[in-house]
Design a protein around this ligand. Structure first.
Ligand code: 3PG
Ligand code: MG
Length: 390
């Protein structure tokens, strides 16, 4: 990686603003998946142990540029207090006089967390004044939010115009892994895409087509392929504007493309709803496709055994509704058995390898969703571009 990291600069005695991606799923005010928080700990510990005074900032969810208690980062401060075994103070804001006073009083080895940057409209508009206010009182900016690096926001990009800016350890780890994947993958390469919408992923799918031997499609996006092939899909999810995309990919991918041959269909999307396995040409009106069938899972798995690199993004079924997570979990298990480098990106696929207990067996599990895809597509990530070169 050609960017400077926290290890390339002297952090001793410095006040350091760290942008983390603490955009974690919350359920009734508690953290439903802590992956992104635990991934940020090495940078926080490194800075603390090397004599820096540390203030953390992040967005959470999509509040509309004003405070909304639903999106408070307070649960993350509580989590960090336990994980770091030291009080992590929570500020009610990320800019303003009270924040400036807290930053000015911040001592070496202390860590505090600022409130959601998206409580200000200037965050997503990358307002220059807001970015300058964020930088106030700090000596160094560390971007560790790989998951938000595709956003040119004040806390990911704008603030770096006011402070020397380097990568955190998570950011560096992500970039090292993904640069290798993009520039020098062991061949042959397979890509597995799932999730509901295909229009979001057209760019990355097209970019990957030139590099992959096989492209496996599952999840809701497979429906668009079934539909353009003239198959009945009943009441299954459909993205109208995705139909053209599917047609284009069918044309370009040729024999590289592998689609499911059987699917699980259910009457409704509800836990343990009535369901059955059918061939893709036997989906009846009134039913909806909710997962890959066992024969498709088997066929995908067999095909992957010939690969040296596998990239996976997006769930293969309605992952959040049991038992329609079965194929996604099965995929998380099969990847662990392969003699290949495995790269997993996106919230649900990441959660699946955690749930299956196979995350440790993957070459890399990215904390990014959109950032992971945009990077592979070859887009420039503003939150990375702004960091100091080595
Ligand atoms: C993510 O979860 O994809 C990142 O945290 C970015 O969030 P956003 O899509 O709301 O900008
Ligand atoms: Mg996103």
């Amino acid at each position: 990686m050609n960017k400077q990291t926290v290890k390339d600069v002297d952090v001793k005695g410095k006040k350091v603003l760290v942008r983390c991606d603490f955009n974690v799923p919350l359920k009734n005010g508690t953290i439903a998946d802590d992956t992104r928080i635990t991934a940020a700990l090495p940078t926080i510990r490194y800075l603390r142990d090397h004599g820096a005074a540390v203030a953390l900032c992040s967005h959470l969810g999509r509040p509309k540029g004003k405070p909304d208690p639903k999106y408070s980062l307070r649960p993350v401060a509580d989590y960090l207090t336990k994980a770091l075994d030291r009080n992590v103070g929570m500020l009610d804001d990320c800019v303003g006089d009270q924040v400036a006073a807290a930053v000015s009083n911040l001592k070496t080895g202390e860590v505090l967390l600022m409130e959601n940057t998206r409580f200000h409209a200037g965050e997503t508009t990358n307002d220059a004044d807001f970015a300058a206010q964020l930088a106030r009182g700090f000596d160094l900016f560390v971007n560790d939010a790989f998951g938000a690096a595709h956003r040119a926001h004040a806390s990911t990009e704008g603030v770096a115009h006011h402070l020397p800016a380097v990568a955190g350890l998570l950011m560096a780890k992500e970039l090292d892994a993904l640069i290798r994947l993009k520039e020098n993958p062991a061949e042959p390469v397979a890509a597995i895409f799932g999730g509901a919408k295909i229009s979001d992923k057209i760019g990355v799918i097209e970019a990957m087509l030139g590099k992959t031997a096989v492209l496996l499609i599952g999840g809701g996006m497979a429906n668009m392929f079934f539909k353009v092939q003239g198959l009945e899909i009943g009441d299954s999810f459909i993205e109208e504007k995705g139909l053209d995309t599917a047609r284009q990919i069918l044309g370009k991918a040729g024999s590289k493309l592998m689609l499911p041959t059987d699917v699980i269909v259910a009457r409704e999307i509800r836990e343990n709803a009535e369901h059955k396995t059918v061939s893709v040409d036997a989906v009846a009106p009134g039913w909806r496709i909710v997962d890959l069938g066992p024969a498709s899972v088997d066929a995908f798995t067999q095909r992957l055994k010939e690969m040296k690199t596998v990239i996976w993004n997006g769930p293969l079924g309605v992952y959040e509704t049991r038992p329609f997570d079965a194929a996604t979990i099965a995929m998380a298990r099969s990847l662990a058995e392969l003699d290949a480098e495995t790269y997993v990106g996106g919230g649900d696929s990441g959660a699946a390898v955690n749930q299956a207990g196979t995350a440790e067996k993957m070459t890399h599990v990215s904390t990014g969703g959109g950032a992971f895809l945009e990077f592979l597509e070859g887009k420039r990530l503003p939150g990375v571009a702004i960091l100091k070169d080595k």
